[in-house]
Design a protein around this ligand. Structure first.
Ligand code: 3HC
Length: 313
């Protein structure tokens, strides 16, 4: 037992500095929860303006967290926010950031070639013991890891939107992922206040494998004229206890994202090729073609006040 305890202490203590590549909604959220938990984090993106956007996502979310923690105590809130922000460094140089990190989490565009090129470069720049993880929700982890020479130190680390609020993290093991790396990632996510679950490298892992076909079925229901989208949303909220109905959730996640995920699985998802569960939906296709992508564009199934609006219907 002594040896096991010592090993487990060693793994969680190994990760001190984290680099997150990508400062969009997911990347910024991961940076925030890591910094909130005491880690020093590099937030990396291609341009300063993207980093500024990511910083804004973090500060506005931290304000919500601070309000819950400290109520109207403005001084305590400011101290909390300043302390978290002081642990975050910004960079446009992914190789340099990775060179001083124990864990690199990638949350960039869902493009296999772009991810592979990034990890290939990082593999040379990062310390040889550093762990690499991808937050991809739709691409096989094995295909991304193939660009590196550290498959034993590679895994999926899949967070959920909004990252500061959603407690789950899926840890995706490829056959090569070592037990030590899996345990370290599990410890790190727990330290971030999250609950890790494990899943093999299969399309959608656990949550999206169930959630995405559910969203697609809600589209088919409306396309057939069986029920209105408002009634489907009300039904799932009040009849199944979901915090959002499927149409609200699709607007929240982004209609382009849903289309991208299902198109990918329909064409090449292991066990899902040609499956009617993930076949294209004319209603979704039409909205995406018109540029109505959900909350982020101000309109999806519902309309929202102001582009990128957080609230409204
Ligand atoms: N930062 C910090 N806290 C936040 C936050 C943010 N960005 N967004 C919401 N919160 C907190 C609020 O402070 C509040 O906290 P409290 O309950 O402790 O006071 C709580 O979340 C609820 O927020 P609101 O009262 O403002 O709003 P709602 O009650 O409507 O909840 C919601 C908003 C949390 C988004 C809720 O509707 C929800 O859970 N929706 C479902 C989200 C979901 O299913 N996400 C998964 C999507 S799939 C995915 O991400 C995978 C990807 O790969 C596609």
């Amino acid at each position: 037992p002594t040896r096991i305890l010592a090993a487990s202490y060693a793994t969680s203590a190994n990760v001190k500095k984290i680099t997150v590549i990508g400062s969009g909604l997911m990347g910024a959220g991961i940076v925030q929860v890591a910094a909130q938990s005491g880690y020093h984090v590099n937030m990396v993106d291609l341009k300063e303006e993207f980093l500024a956007k990511g910083e804004k996502i973090i500060t506005s979310s931290l304000k919500r967290v601070a309000k819950k923690k400290h109520g109207d105590d403005a001084a305590a809130s400011k101290k909390f926010i300043d302390e978290v922000m002081s642990r975050i460094s910004l960079s446009t140089d992914s190789n340099k950031a990775a060179s001083e990190s124990d864990l690199v989490v990638e949350a960039i565009v869902e493009n296999i070639k772009t991810k592979q090129a990034l990890f290939k470069a990082l593999d040379e720049a990062a310390p040889k013991d550093a762990i690499f993880a991808s937050n991809t929700s739709s691409l096989p982890i094995a295909d991304i890891a193939a660009a590196t020479n550290r498959k034993d130190k590679f895994a999926g680390l899949h967070f959920f939107n909004p990252v500061p609020q959603m407690k789950l993290v899926e840890i995706i093991r490829i056959p090569e992922t070592s037990d030590e790396v899996f345990n370290t990632l599990s410890d790190v996510t727990k330290k971030m206040g999250k609950v890790p679950v494990a899943c093999k490298d299969t399309p959608g892992f656990i949550v999206n494998r169930l959630l995405v076909p559910y969203m697609m079925e809600s589209l088919r229901l409306v396309e057939r004229g069986d029920a209105s989208m408002q009634d489907v949303d009300t039904g799932m909220k009040l009849g199944a206890g979901y915090p959002m109905g499927p149409f609200e959730l699709m607007d929240y996640v982004g209609l382009d994202t849903i289309k991208f995920i299902t198109d990918g699985w329909y064409k090449s998802g292991k066990g899902l090729v040609g499956d009617k569960l993930v076949a294209p939906s004319p209603l979704l296709e039409k909205l995406v073609k018109e540029g109505h992508l959900g909350r982020k564009s101000g309109k999806g199934f519902y309309t929202y006040e102001g582009v990128g609006a957080d609230k409204g219907k």
